[in-house]
Design a protein around this ligand. Structure first.
Ligand code: ZN
Length: 184
């Protein structure tokens, strides 16, 4: 591991190396799993929720196309799965962290806020996702700041190169790009 591995990290708190090391391992594993999900008809985004002891609570990929449901992003799917598993609409007392292969879109930022998730770690930033795929990630407020005011920590741009590679493969293999930026 090089010293400058995390030099481009985006965060809304003072950098915590242990959190970053854990996030790097989990998100790298998610990148590794993505091609299998995509081969099974999922969209190219994957998310997982872990508790503070490192136990996996839920893992879900984007299922917009297979479910014919525009709000079944990886984040909304995994939050729903965690809430069903724990039997609550409010995850805040479980001190859970959400790990995502890419920065959450405008819809998912709202979903995360409502869920009680305490920390968010993401891989590829939205600007890069849009550049590679053409997905429209939406207009966003200064969400890292807004999350900080709600005691939700955020770390982003974690090992993005591997995630970018999977997204590029998705496009190269003619994966469906559904664009909200419609002309009507
Ligand atoms: Zn989303």
């Amino acid at each position: 591991m090089t010293q400058n591995k995390y030099q481009n990290i985006i965060t809304n708190e003072e950098v915590n190396q242990n959190k970053l090391d854990r996030a790097d391992a989990i998100i790298s594993e998610l990148y590794h799993k993505m091609p299998k999900y995509i081969a099974n008809g999922h969209g190219p985004f994957l998310a997982a929720i872990y508790d503070n002891d490192g136990n996996l609570i839920a893992e879900s990929a984007n299922s917009v196309l297979s479910d014919k449901c525009s709000n079944n992003h990886a984040e909304t799917n995994v939050i729903r799965a965690a809430e069903e598993k724990l039997g609550t609409h409010d995850l805040s007392k479980y001190n859970l962290s959400l790990y995502i292969t890419a920065e959450p879109c405008m819809m998912c930022i709202g979903a995360i806020m409502w869920s009680g998730i305490r920390a968010v770690y993401y891989g590829v930033p939205s600007i890069t996702v849009e550049k590679i795929t053409g997905f429209d990630e939406g207009f966003k407020p200064n969400w890292l700041h807004e999350f900080a005011t709600r005691n939700i920590t955020v770390y982003g741009n974690i090992a993005p190169e591997s995630g970018e590679r999977v997204l590029r493969d998705y496009v190269t293999n003619n994966g469906t790009i559904y664009k909200p930026k419609r002309t009507y």
